[in-house]
Design a binder for this molecule. Structure first.
Ligand code: IYR
Length: 219
């Protein structure tokens, strides 16, 4: 394919403005928390579409955009997903997860019950596509996990920007979603993200984030 280039639409800030923006953005991002209790207040479909389109602005290997998003607002689907996820999670919490893993999770208070899969007004299920099918031919995608991970990061930021909250849920194994949602063979479930407004008086674990010295190395 022949490359076509256009002018980059840049934004210019002075050094002080850049510093101020970085401080503001850090404070804003630091307010994001994973939330497990949702209000049932519905989210306008336009909002769900826009946050997904924000996610889809993420960079991807060879710009293949190897992702699909399913929006679940239908109660029957939510119930089916909850039942299937809890069945897997029950097995995970009762034998599949090693002792160390359970110990690492104990302070978060998670267990196999997943009520948020029904209470959240919307579930966004992210699928990764290891290949595309174009004119009946398989076309490879690249750095699929990295690309879809980046898109999910963008999605979480968009959710936060809208004053909504989310939970990055990882029922394991997740292949029940492929069947339930009748997804094609080239799509694999990646993350299940309930999205909504936080329930009144929601509490979150009192976590500390790592500090600069723990995560940054200077050379
Ligand atoms: N998938 C399970 C277990 C779980 C695993 C990790 I790592 C977490 O940070 C939280 C939960 C669940 O969703 O409960």
């Amino acid at each position: 394919m022949e490359a076509k280039f256009i002018a980059y639409n840049k934004q210019s800030y002075s050094e002080t403005e850049t510093i101020d923006r970085s401080i503001e953005h850090l404070a804003y991002m630091d307010r994001r928390r994973t939330v497990r209790e949702f209000s049932s207040r519905p989210i306008p479909i336009e909002v769900l579409e826009n946050i997904i389109m924000s996610a889809s602005t993420a960079p991807s290997g060879a710009h293949k955009q190897p992702w699909t998003f399913c929006i679940i607002t239908n109660n029957d689907y939510k119930t089916k997903i909850k039942e299937a996820a809890e069945k897997e999670e029950f097995e995970s919490y009762n034998g599949r997860m090693p002792e160390e893993w359970l110990e690492d999770l104990s302070y978060l208070g998670t267990d196999w019950h997943k009520p948020f899969l029904e209470t959240a007004p919307a579930l966004i299920i992210v699928f990764k596509k290891s290949y595309d099918i174009i004119d009946n031919k398989k076309r490879n995608n690249y750095y699929v996990t990295e690309s879809v991970g980046l898109a999910c990061g963008f999605l979480l930021e968009a959710i936060h920007y809208c004053g909504l909250v989310a939970l990055t849920h990882t029922p394991s194994p997740m292949n029940f979603l492929t069947k339930l949602l009748n997804r094609p063979e080239n799509e694999k479930p990646f993350l299940l993200i309930p999205v909504g407004y936080p329930a009144d008086n929601t509490i979150v674990p009192d976590l500390q984030r790592k500090n600069k010295n723990d995560i940054i190395n200077y050379y």
